[in-house]
Design a binder for this molecule. Structure first.
Ligand code: AP5
Ligand code: MG
Length: 193
């Protein structure tokens, strides 16, 4: 089972991924975490990514797709066993590249879990996290930019996956456990297959 967890910055993608890992034993690939790890290690990719992330902008598609394809080459078992993609894809071009990559391993995206959260709540959560996270993008100016980028570049993916018939809309304004209960209801039918 390959799942995309989809939603605006601060919508709870990372939080719900942790619960899905426990429940379904899937691998977790968060492009944001991978990039922050590169930044912490001071790699070339990390240095490039840092300039985009701190401004709230997306890293160019080619760099992200390259990062993903290297992971699959190094760990083919991930593609085979099932992955939760968190923060990827973020553009139509990335979604097309993902579908092509998975196709090479004979698999597809089975379901997209879309966390829908009000804008005020998103800002509140990220400002709250920013007190401790040390993330260069958890400040009000960068949060506003990230939301703007989300609406322009990422939100159109919702229609892309609705057309593909795999999009499950989840009300993400509630408690972590209530949200997860709905995710479980959406994913259980795929588990059976
Ligand atoms: P990324 O790391 O993916 O960040 P994001 O999408 O901005 O989302 P967050 O990680 O901030 O939020 P989340 O949805 O995971 O929510 P969380 O569970 O943490 O990307 C960062 C940057 O990297 C991008 O801006 C871009 O520059 C670059 N990048 C990454 N992927 C890329 C790609 N594919 N292409 C190009 N560039 C890419 O929750 C948020 C907070 O709320 C937490 O404190 C949590 O404890 C709390 N919380 C969670 N759920 C609830 C709840 N139900 N009620 C109350 N509080 C809650
Ligand atoms: Mg996250």
């Amino acid at each position: 089972m390959n799942i995309v967890i989809f939603g605006a910055p601060g919508s709870g993608k990372g939080t719900q991924s942790e619960k899905m890992i426990q429940e379904y034993g899937l691998h977790h690939i968060s492009t944001g975490e991978l990039l922050r790890d590169h930044i912490a290690r001071g790699t070339h990719l990390g240095k490039v990514a840092d300039t985009y992330i701190s401004q709230g902008l997306l890293i160019p598609d080619e760099l992200i797709v390259e990062l993903l394809s290297e992971i699959f080459k190094e760990h083919p078992e991930k593609a085979a066993k099932g992955v939760i993609f968190d923060g990827f894809p973020r553009t139509i071009a990335q979604a097309e590249a993902l579908s092509k990559m998975l196709g090479e391993y004979g698999t597809v995206i089975h379901a997209v879990i879309g966390l829908e959260v009000n804008e005020d709540e998103l800002v509140r959560r990220m400002l709250e996290r920013g007190k401790q996270s040390g993330r260069s993008d958890d400040n009000i100016d960068t949060i506003r930019k990230r939301l703007d980028v989300y609406h322009k570049q990422t939100a159109p993916l919702k229609d892309y996956y609705l057309t593909a018939g795999s999009y499950h809309s989840i009300n993400g304004n509630r408690s972590v456990d209530e949200i997860f209960e709905d995710i479980r209801k959406s994913l259980d039918p795929y588990k059976e297959k």
